[in-house]
Design a protein around this ligand. Sequence first.
Ligand code: AMP
Length: 515
Amino acid sequence: MTKFSDLKLSPKVLKAIDEAGYTEPTPIQAGAIPPALEGKDVLGIAQTGTGKTASFTLPLITMLARGRARARMPRSLVLCPTRELAAQVAENFDTYAKHVKLTKALLIGGVSFKEQDTLIDKGVDVLIATPGRLLDHFERGKLILNDVKVMVVDEADRMLDMGFIPDIERIFGLTPFTRQTLFFSATMAPEIERITNTFLSNPERIEVARQATTNKNITQGVLEFKASRKDREGSEKRKVLRALIDAEGEKCTNAIIFCNRKMDVDIVAKSLKKYGYDAAPIHGDLDQSQRTRTLDGFREGTLRFLVASDVAARGLDVPSVSHVFNFDVPSHAEDYVHRIGRTGRAGRDGTAIMICVPRDEKNLADVERLVQHEIPRLDNPLGKGTETAPAAEATKPADDGDKPKSRSRSRSRKKDDAPKADAEEQADVQAEAPAKESKPRSEKPKSDKPKSDKPKSEDRGEKQNRSRDDNRNSNRGRNDNRGGRGNDRGGNKVVGLGDHTPEFIELSFADRPDS
Ligand code: AMP
């Protein structure tokens, strides 16, 4: 078995690894670190949770230990698709580089250009950035990429989803031809294959098994559910969710409930609370103190249900989550892998249950294709469908919890069914109303592939990138000349990922001496 000490990492890095409590390298680390240290290009096919961040951070720190950065000329570049990921990489960097004198800068939305310029002006060894923000700095003439010796591209498949590939190509063109490239992607879509063929030179290819396909200790299930009426889908789905939670009983010590859209995160959390479940929401639009309270509560076990969006849950590392509920089938299949990977960690058992409405069947097929197995179908704990639910519902006192007692007491069983539905709708409507009020527009999915998990400003950045993408596609000839400064970015200066910084990111940097 490979040991960290076999990998030729610097003693100071080994010391930091030891202090982080890692006993042995993960497969992606054992595979990627040796060729990276030899100066070879690396193509790592691995996803979050495999230890891939350390697989490029550790050799990077070892290689950069010698030499010094010059003003405005970073010596290495790490590109990440989202600021959350960029912040996580920066956090990893701080952990592993704590015994080494290296400087870093994080170029993401939500941090003022001025602050970032000051850091870059001093010279940084590692520049961690999202593509849009990096190009903004470049175009303002504040950044010179001629001295980049190592360029890392993290989560390239997500970059592709977000329309960042033209930016990545351009950035490749701005760095020296002699640079070393460490390139990571969870999947190898044809477009990703093309990029690696174009920009990587004879890379060492390391592919590690997908976590979800190998993690046998997660019991998975999906409930295919059709609402009795389209306009009742939301409330009936929430009722099904409650029934699924109840059916798990005490086995469900805590759970993360994932929704595709921020609006649903709010609604589901409110609705659960209303029905007496200990639940709180977390997504990028909530204020800092609320996010801290919620995350701390969930980590410490005082909060049982965390209702989350994908991005919000990314920075979250809680070792013992008994259940993951997917209120929606994720629209990006890889998100399913990330989501269910929140349970069954560190050798524990976990359960992942998903609700699929007819409209999500295509997404479900994508997920099953990705994980390469069929997810077992579950029976509806409420019976055939919620239209047949009242009899089953009657046995579930929790569902009656906040309904006016006088109503249910004063009616016969048969008559009771209809008012029950009414009362439930009312409860849910009440739950929905404030959420809708507070976020009127931004939450509406703009397409059948909602990306509403990103903060509003991030959506803007993404849209701009998409339109740049279109420009570039229609100007492919011009863009093939990648070394020059493009002028296709128009007057849009607010590219990056926006003004809003989710609070857990700020927290992770708050008490670091070098940031
Ligand atoms: P990543 O795939 O980079 O997101 O890493 C997933 C998690 O694994 C992080 O919480 C890391 O701190 C942790 N990790 C990385 N390398 C190791 C290792 N060799 N042993 C144990 N945990 C690790």
